[in-house]
Design a protein around this ligand. Structure first.
Ligand code: PRP
Ligand code: URA
Ligand code: MG
Length: 208
């Protein structure tokens, strides 16, 4: 059963409330997506492997550490794009691999339209980035793609999840931990998370 981590950080809770609000315009919305993602990624990367190094300071040598793992950031287009920049600043050597998937409005099934992964993965751990885990179809399809590509360690980082999406991921990919800012009540009849925040892509890009 995949582990589900719901951030308990007060800053995440504070910023998430602002993100949900209908009063929040796209510029502020993008800023909040960026900031919450940094906080969630901080928690999601707490188990990355490091190796000891010795550092020369002006006064002597100090024990230090450097990251051993090569990280891949995998935003699901479009809405996942806004989650890249903030984490990337923290991990400038991460590789970013885009996966284009949209959810068919009628069937709610994921439709893949972009994938330019190289034949061999050069990363050991991938963070899938998508604000919304609704039915879970898009997340499950992305994990399928990454596993087929050959990535061993995969984590999902999202902002809001529905119980249905979490269940779907746990059924298909019990080995993939899920990091979220909140789990909401349910999906409505057209597959939107309630109370959620509406359409994460439209709210970021002003296309609603
Ligand atoms: O869990 P699911 O039921 O698959 O739904 C979640 C997906 O829906 C949204 O994308 P959308 O299809 O609206 O595309 P967009 O990001 O291009 O707007 C969201 O960003 C996820 O990718
Ligand atoms: O609530 C939802 C569900 C899917 N995609 C969104 O952007 N919002
Ligand atoms: Mg999408």
């Amino acid at each position: 059963m995949s582990q589900v981590f719901i951030s308990q950080h007060p800053l995440v809770a504070h910023k998430l409330a602002k993100l949900r609000s209908t009063q929040t315009e796209p510029k502020k919305f993008r800023e909040l997506v960026r900031e919450i993602t940094i906080l969630l990624a901080y928690e999601a990367t707490a188990d990355l492997q490091i190796q000891p190094v010795e550092v020369q300071t002006p006064l002597g040598t100090a024990p230090g550490a450097e990251l051993l793992e090569k990280i891949g950031l995998v935003p699901i287009l479009r809405a996942g794009l806004g989650m890249v920049e903030g984490i990337w600043e923290m991990m400038p050597s991460a590789e970013v691999w885009h996966i284009g998937i949209y959810r068919d409005e009628k069937t709610l099934k994921p439709v893949q339209y972009y994938n330019k992964l190289p034949t061999e993965p050069r990363v050991s751990v991938c963070l899938i980035l998508d604000p919304m885990l609704a039915t879970g179809g898009s997340a499950v399809a992305t994990v399928d793609i990454l596993k087929q590509w050959g990535v061993r360690r995969i984590k999902f980082v999202g902002l809001i999840g529905a119980p249905e999406g979490i269940h779907n991921m746990q059924q298909h990919h019990p080995d993939v931990p899920i990091h979220l800012a909140a789990v909401d009540d349910h999906l409505n009849e057209i597959g939107y998370i309630v109370p959620g925040l509406g359409d994460a892509g439209d709210r970021q890009f002003g296309t609603g």
